[in-house]
Design a protein. Structure first.
Length: 494
């Protein structure tokens, strides 16, 4: 696995496929984005710990990690790393600290040695721009972007602007110490300000420093204020030539009403409807690849309830999100574990809303983190660049939320895939397949193993299929192929 992952030239940026829906390596081969959320890796881990983390993720097939150059969602703009080096001298954005960024250099290089790219956020924009506009304006944003772009030219990094924020955000400054319990964070009605000139300037600086082939996306928040579009990059940056990929954050909410009230926001994306938002981005104009850059985190309290009164997102929940998103048209997926993104260790760092009490090393051992490589292998085991989402393959209702059945196929009719999150029986319209006869497989998302279904199926009719097991956490993928294509076992190699 490590040798295969390291084969690509990771000094070259990834690119967009000719049709606009997929990602490719520099040589044109598929790049299936299999990301892990490692926001605080540069400040929270030693080099020895970083090595252990990267090795684990490489073995499990991850090929990109999302990380923030200066701390992460902890609101400390100039937090030191484990070697007590701070990002900026005297906290001055115009004076980056070379000692700090030498460690960032090292992490990016070690990741590349394992076949892993870094999706680098210049800053965590929610805390460092949206909530404190004293740090960034277009002038210093462009200068900082240029400095970073120049330093990481030839590193193959992916650039991620934003960081859990909306490009049009609240103004004036939020309430802080004077807030009362139950009172919105922002004064209602909320006045908003357009921060896009800051991101435009940062993107300009990155491109000037890194080169015109810089690959840039934006990590948005999951909520929006009244009169502002919902949290999808296509709604804000559709006309920006520098934006290469759309990203959304389907986030961590089943019922976001309490949270929205607490911050004075109008609405939020719903975690279990992530496939719906992905499909809308897939269909948006201009066409760009779409990634759910922050789906429900394993081990995070649902609806961000500190007492976990509404439960905890499970590994199964994260796996369902990945399959539903990809089958809806995503160019890959980002997994997140709540202990890992903050690299929580009781001996060295404070936690952020962390039930249950596990540290990041225990988080690495969560079984589901091994499962996402099977999704990548499955997608790459069939002709990749011809794949399209197609819910019309399913005869009858496809359901909603956690039970939603996702369907995708080769647009030439060579294969069909149906994701069944609860092991539901499904009736499939096989007339979308080419050829006269089809063969079927059951692919197990937990083991990455496919089993041949006995017999053949006529492609001029419908057929009903029942998975080997049914019920919650017994998800399956039905793969049906045009028999004459002679494809191998689903997910067997990539």
């Amino acid at each position: 696995m490590l040798q295969a992952l390291s084969a690509a030239d990771l000094t070259q940026p990834i690119r967009v496929s000719p049709d606009g829906h997929f990602l490719v390596e520099g040589d044109g081969s598929p790049f299936f984005w299999l990301g892990d959320t490692a926001w605080t890796i540069f400040t929270r881990l030693t080099r020895e710990e970083t090595e252990a983390y990267l090795k684990d993720r490489a073995v499990k097939g991850f090929n990109i990690i999302q990380a923030v150059a200066v701390d992460g969602p902890m609101e400390d703009f100039n937090a030191p790393n484990r070697y007590n080096d701070r990002p900026f001298l005297d906290g001055d954005l115009r004076r980056p600290n070379d000692a700090y960024f030498r460690h960032v250099d090292w992490v990016i290089e070690r990741a590349r040695s394992y076949g892993i790219r870094v999706a680098l956020l210049p800053t965590w924009a929610l805390a460092h721009i949206s909530l404190d506009r004293t740090k960034y304006d277009p002038i210093n944003a462009e200068a900082y972007g240029h400095w970073l772009g120049s330093r990481y030219r030839g590193s193959g990094v992916v650039w991620v602007l934003g960081g859990d924020t909306m490009p049009i955000f609240a103004a004036p400054q939020p309430r802080r110490g004077d807030s009362k319990p139950g009172e919105p964070l922002f004064k209602v009605p909320v006045t908003v300000v357009d921060d896009r000139p800051i991101y435009d300037a940062m993107a300009k600086g990155i491109e000037e420093g890194f080169g015109a082939d810089a690959f840039i996306t934006f990590h948005p928040a999951h909520f929006n204020f009244s009169g502002v579009a919902e949290g999808r990059t296509s709604r804000f940056f559709f006309d920006r030539a520098y934006l290469d990929m759309n990203m959304l954050q389907s986030a961590h909410f089943k019922d976001p009403r309490d949270h929205m009230k607490s911050i004075g926001a109008e609405q939020s994306l719903i975690a279990s409807l992530s496939y719906h938002y992905v499909r809308e981005e897939y269909d948006s104009i201009p066409t760009r690849p779409i990634i759910d850059g922050e789906a429900r985190f394993e081990d995070l309290a649902i609806d961000l309830k500190p007492d976990a009164s509404r439960g905890i997102w499970s590994g199964y929940d994260t796996r369902v999100a990945a399959y539903q998103d990809v089958f809806a048209g995503a160019a890959g997926h980002t997994y997140g574990n709540h202990a890992i993104w903050q690299f929580y260790d009781a001996d060295v760092s404070r936690k952020y809303q962390l039930p249950p009490e596990i540290d990041w090393k225990a988080g690495l051992k969560r079984p589901v983190s091994k499962h996402f490589q099977f999704l990548k292998a499955l997608m790459l085991s069939r002709p990749y660049f011809i794949r399209i989402p197609d819910q019309s393959l399913v005869v009858g209702e496809t359901g909603g939320g956690p039970a939603h059945i996702g369907a995708t196929r080769g647009k030439d009719g060579s294969y069909v895939m149906i994701y069944l999150p609860q092991g539901q029986a499904v009736t499939v319209d096989l007339t979308k397949l080419s050829g006269l006869h089809a063969i079927g497989w059951w692919f197990d998302p937990r083991a990455g193993v496919a089993t041949r279904i006995e017999g053949q199926f006529a492609t001029n009719a419908r057929a009903t299929f029942s998975p080997p097991s049914q019920g919650a956490e017994r998800d399956w993928v039905l793969v049906v192929d045009d028999e004459k294509k002679g494809f191998g076992v689903p997910g067997a190699a990539y």
